[in-house]
Design a protein around this ligand. Structure first.
Ligand code: FPP
Length: 240
């Protein structure tokens, strides 16, 4: 496995797609794919700090995913609960901070409680930040941020001239974290699907064909290695 380099992406964000198709192709129910997907989450979270990743964001459930059949939503919610209950001690021992983004108010109450517990338990950890996007949608996040900033202006705590890109970044759920350098999407789909739209303005994108249950630590290391060899110009000209 590739070791950490100075060109490692600081923040990697992953759209974990293709669980359902992976399972259906094997003649199994879609939820079987989600169970396998959860195993991949453990493996990837385990290896990420060794690759020099400081922040790992995983898109686990979108605002649109609430429209899935009730049974599938139920299975996913129970997988998230189980993941937190099983992993909290290990992640804490590994010095990983966990935080969640998304509209948690519509998640089941027992999941909300587990989320709060996990965030509190791991809040002081420094080796890596694992950010789980649950019930998350970028447009909803931006709408909330704009509403918040408009309220600040109305209340006289800000003027419209105070609003610059840093102020907007600070009003997002990802406040305080570096923007993603690399966004990976599995399963061959070339879409962003309402994920970190503001934050990923200068990210590199890797669209890969494997479905999420087939993703692996070696594959992540390969993609991170390829990222380190790319030149990022942020709209400027080449320094070479
Ligand atoms: C996309 O595949 C995946 C999801 C909507 C759920 C992601 C959840 C996991 C990887 C498992 C558990 C996660 C954690 C954090 C414990 P899809 O169902 O949209 O696949 P399809 O496009 O083939 O239908």
């Amino acid at each position: 496995m590739t070791a950490q380099t100075e060109n490692s992406p600081r923040h990697v964000a992953i759209i974990m797609d293709g669980n359902g198709r992976w399972a259906v192709r094997r003649g199994r129910p879609r939820t079987f794919g989600h169970h396998r997907g959860a195993e991949r989450v453990r493996e990837i979270v385990d290896v990420a700090p060794d690759l020099g990743i400081e922040v790992l964001t995983l898109f686990a459930f979108s605002t649109e995913n609430w429209n899935r059949p009730g049974y599938e939503v139920k299975v996913l919610m129970s997988l998230f609960r189980r993941y937190i209950a099983r992993e909290v001690d290990g992640l804490d021992a590994e010095n990983v901070r966990v935080r969640f983004i998304g509209d948690r108010s519509i998640l089941p109450k027992n999941l909300q409680n587990l989320i709060e517990m996990m965030e509190a338990r791991t809040a002081e950890n420094t080796r890596m930040t694992l950010q789980l996007a649950l019930s998350y949608g970028s447009r909803a996040e931006m709408t909330d941020a704009m509403r918040y900033l408009a309220g600040e202006v109305e209340a006289g705590r800000l003027t419209s001239d105070d609003i610059d890109q840093d102020v907007i970044s600070g009003a997002m759920m990802t406040a305080g974290l570096p923007d993603p350098d690399l966004v990976i999407r599995t399963s061959g789909e070339h879409r962003i699907s309402n994920f970190l739209l503001w934050q990923s303005a200068y990210a590199e994108y890797a669209f890969i064909d494997e479905c999420w249950p087939d993703f692996s630590a070696d594959r992540l290391a390969e993609i991170v290695g390829a990222f380190g060899r790319r030149e990022r110009r942020f709209g400027a000209v080449s320094a070479r």
